[in-house]
Design a protein around this ligand. Structure first.
Ligand SMILES: C[S@@+](CC[C@H](N)C(=O)[O-])C[C@H]1O[C@@H](n2cnc3c(N)ncnc32)[C@H](O)[C@@H]1O
Length: 313
C-alpha cells in the first residue's frame, strides 16, 4: 500500500496534470488511463499542430477535466455499440442505458410486420446516436426521420449519420428542426407517416435537476436536453396526445404508429407513460436496463383495422 502511494507520488511529480485527472476520476488507474487517452486523442485530432501547441491543449484539457468537464467533450467521441459517436458541447453525450435498449429493439424492428421500407422517426435525436445505431444495425430497407429543435444537435446528428452509414439499407434520412411540444401540424405529418417512433426526450423534472443531478452533467451538458416540465413528463404527454388525435383519423393506415419506444428515468415515470397508452389500441410494456432499473416503455399497436381503432377509443 505504502509502496503504491510512493509510486503514485513519484508519478505525480513527473506529471502534475495527473492530479487534475485524479480529481475528476478519484482513481489513480482511471487518471492514468485518461491521461493516455487525452494525450493520444488530442494528437490525432490536431495533426497539424506543433508539439508545443499540442502540449498546451493537453494541459488545458487536464485542467478542464479537473473541473469535472466531461471526457467525451475533450475526446470528442463516445462509443455507442460498435460506433464512435461524435460529441460536442451543447449536445447531450449518449448514455449506455440508451445504447442497451436501442440494441434490444433492433431484432423487433427487423421482424415488425410492416411493408418495406420501414419508416422510423427518431424524436429528440441529440447526437443522432439512436438513428446512427439503427441505421448501421437494421437489416431491412428503412427511411429515417430525425427530429430535434437544436441546430447544434442536428448538425452533429447529420455528421454521425453520414459517417456511420455503411449500409445500403438506409434509403433516405431527413432532418427536421421542429419543436416537438408546439409544432403540432409538422408532428402530425411525421407521425402519421411512420411505423416506428424511437424517443429519448428530456425527462428530468426541474427539482430533480437541481437536487439530484451529477455536478458534471449539471455544469456542462445542455439543460434543455435534460429537463422537462410537468414533473419531467411533458414530452410523453404531448406525444401521446398527438398519437391519440391521429388515431381518430379514419384514413390512418394500419401500419402507422405500430411500435413506439420511450426512454424513461424512473419506475414512477415508466408507469406514467404506460398508463398514457394502456387500455387503448396499444399494449405497453416496461423494460429494465442491466442495472435492473425501469428504463424503457415499449408501446405496440394491436393489429386491428383503422375503423375499429376509432370505435375502440
Ligand atoms: C435526452 S436528449 C436525447 C438525445 C439523444 N437521443 C440520446 O439518446 O442521447 C433530448 C434531446 O431533445 C432535444 N429537445 C429538447 N427540447 C425539444 C423540443 N421542444 N423539441 C424537439 N427537441 C427537443 C434536445 O435538444 C436533446 O437533443
Amino acid at each position: 500500500m505504502l509502496q503504491r502511494k510512493l509510486k503514485w507520488k513519484t508519478f505525480l511529480k513527473n506529471n502534475r496534470f495527473l492530479a487534475d485527472l485524479y480529481r475528476a476520476t478519484k482513481s489513480t488507474e482511471q487518471a492514468k488511463q485518461e491521461w493516455k487517452w487525452i494525450s493520444q486523442e488530442l494528437r490525432e485530432l490536431c495533426p497539424k499542430d506543433s508539439k508545443l501547441q499540442i502540449q498546451r491543449k493537453i494541459i488545458q484539457a487536464c485542467k478542464l477535466r479537473g473541473r469535472k468537464y466531461p471526457l467525451q467533450y475533450i475526446l470528442q467521441t463516445q462509443p455507442f455499440g460498435s460506433l464512435d459517436i461524435q460529441c460536442r458541447p451543447g449536445v447531450l453525450i449518449p448514455r449506455w442505458e440508451t445504447e442497451e435498449w436501442v440494441e434490444r429493439t433492433i431484432p423487433l424492428l427487423n421482424s415488425l410486420s410492416v411493408p418495406n421500407p420501414i419508416r422510423i422517426l427518431d424524436l429528440c435525436t441529440g447526437s443522432g446516436c439512436i438513428s446512427s445505431y439503427v441505421s448501421t444495425s437494421l437489416k431491412r430497407p428503412h427511411h429515417l426521420h430525425v427530429v430535434d429543435n437544436s441546430s447544434k444537435a442536428l448538425h452533429i446528428a447529420a455528421k454521425n449519420l453520414l459517417t456511420c452509414k455503411h449500409d445500403s439499407s438506409t434509403l433516405d434520412t431527413q432532418f427536421h428542426k421542429i419543436n416537438v411540444l408546439s409544432a403540432q401540424k409538422a408532428m402530425f405529418d411525421l407521425l402519421k407517416d411512420c411505423h416506428v417512433v424511437l424517443c429519448n426526450p428530456p425527462y428530468i423534472s426541474p427539482t430533480e435537476f437541481h437536487t439530484n443531478t451529477d455536478l458534471s452533467v449539471k455544469r456542462y451538458e445542455p439543460r434543455h436536453a435534460l429537463v422537462a416540465q410537468e414533473d419531467g413528463n411533458q414530452f410523453y404527454k404531448v406525444i401521446a396526445s398527438y398519437v391519440f388525435e391521429l388515431l381518430k383519423d379514419p384514413f390512418l393506415t394500419k401500419d402507422a404508429l405500430r411500435y413506439l419506444a420511450f426512454e424513461i428515468g424512473s419506475s414512477k415515470q415508466a408507469n406514467y407513460v404506460k398508463n398514457l397508452f394502456s387500455g387503448s389500441v396499444f399494449d405497453a410494456t416496461i423494460w429494465k436496463d442491466s442495472a435492473n432499473l425501469d428504463r424503457t416503455v415499449i408501446v405496440q399497436r394491436k393489429e386491428i383495422d383503422a375503423k375499429s381503432i376509432v370505435e375502440n377509443r
